[in-house]
Design a binder for this molecule. Sequence first.
Ligand code: NAP
Length: 504
Amino acid sequence: MREDESTPRHYRVAIIGTGFAGLGMAARLKRDGLDDLVLLERANDVGGTWRDNTYPGAACDVPSHLYSLSFRRNPGWSRSFSGQPEIWRYLRKTAEDEDILGHIRFGHEVRSCRWDRDGNRWRIDTSQGTITAQFLVSGAGALCEPSLPDIPGLPEFQGTVFHSARWNHDHDLTGRNVAVIGTGASSIQFVPQIQPQVGHLHLFQRTPPWIIPRHDRDITRVEKWAYRNLPFTQTLARRSIYWGRENYIFGFVKNPKLMKGVEAISRAHMKRHVKDPELRAKLTPDYRAGCKRILLSNDYYPSLTRPNVSVVTDGISEVREKSVVTRDGTEREVDTIILGTGFHVSDIPIAAQIHDAEGVPLAQRWGDDPQALRGTTVAGYPNLFLLAGPNTGPGHTSHVFFIESQINYTMAALRYACRNRLDRLDPRPEAQDAYVRRVQRKTRGTVWVAGGCDSWYLNSKGNNVALWPGFSWEFALQTRKFDPHNYHLRKETPVRRTPTGAAA
Ligand code: NAP
């Protein structure tokens, strides 16, 4: 449906994206009785990152009983760490069961959102026309824009190149000479899957990750029966995963030396699977575990010991038409390059599309230092809620838990606005600054700044812009209620009515 430019349709709430954040937000609004909402989705299906990441072996490294919406438990998860197809199905079913599909405008890419100060609303231009909304919620997500490396010659490569989040399923890898660039969370999942199929796999590693065993298994029929018929058993399972993972914070935040325990587990795991000391030396990180995301895999190390795999640690100097050249001058012929180089996470790509009343894009206001009150609202950009905003990423637990905390906060704010007939909520700059200072103080001494690595968690000044530096329940506590004293609030202009009650 193309929106009418002359009289844009107005909604109470517009949501960008239909991943966990967008669908979770819409479901909570619907359950609260709000129907005047629209979800703008650039693709033709729901699912966000779980729709886009179809690479072989794509799965979640947080157990599904925790990595799911608390108000939409799924007793039928087939494995402890579900694969992408099952998580995507869960999200599609959420959209259906919560009656959200009718609110989604598919194929509507958001081009620009601008705050209209006089009209007290957001004007949202999409690839299929314009709408307006009183409140704008971004559920655009952190893992939506692939990060493509700036390697000289890469655009001139004559073979096939694709990013792990845009897997080219039409390109048969059988017998190919493949270069994989990057050894992060995605690569370690697809490398073991493609290794048996390819001719030779050159794995270009810049920084080795710490990897520990992944205790994945089928969920038994008895367990599924119990989760379905005795729901408290699923609550127990969820809570035990949750509290087990919270323990990481003692090492990440309180005392990074505690992470030596994880390093010992990782070293033992590597030693069990990699007998060659030279390869082990290449694969052993030189920074504290946790400084970058700790990864889980049982098949990554074994796959690297196969004769058709080379782990290359000399940096890439250039890509030529049919090869990749490293700084030591070695040229390796390849016909396929797979980029496992991650995403634009810390620069929050949707910020380039969101403008204040003067037209200043949020991305420009932020530079490389994104800041928001409670990771969610931004001074000068009223009635905007950023799910997966700055400092709302977990290094240790389910991102969905953080998204839900932000949804709680957004719900509390919208309810407060409705109860008090407010049409504008704009965080006070001083409240936002104080909050950001608190977060940065909490970050001091954590493994992310003191762990001896470079990561996308930190900006050019070394400030943590991505992660929440504490227990996840602390974040949930501070987003439980709306905090009106931190906001400039504006009362709705009363609608003048004619004696017959019609708006004048
Ligand atoms: P990532 O973890 O950010 O890893 C990117 C990899 O590419 C790193 O090894 C990085 O090396 C390398 N790299 C980047 N630019 C490079 C360049 N120019 N030259 C050479 N190497 C380069 O990305 P990802 O694996 O796609 O994962 C992204 C995020 O997605 C993860 O942190 C995680 O939150 C999420 N994820 C989650 C799951 C899950 O199961 N929940 C699964 C997949 C992904 P350096 O380390 O040296 O920078």
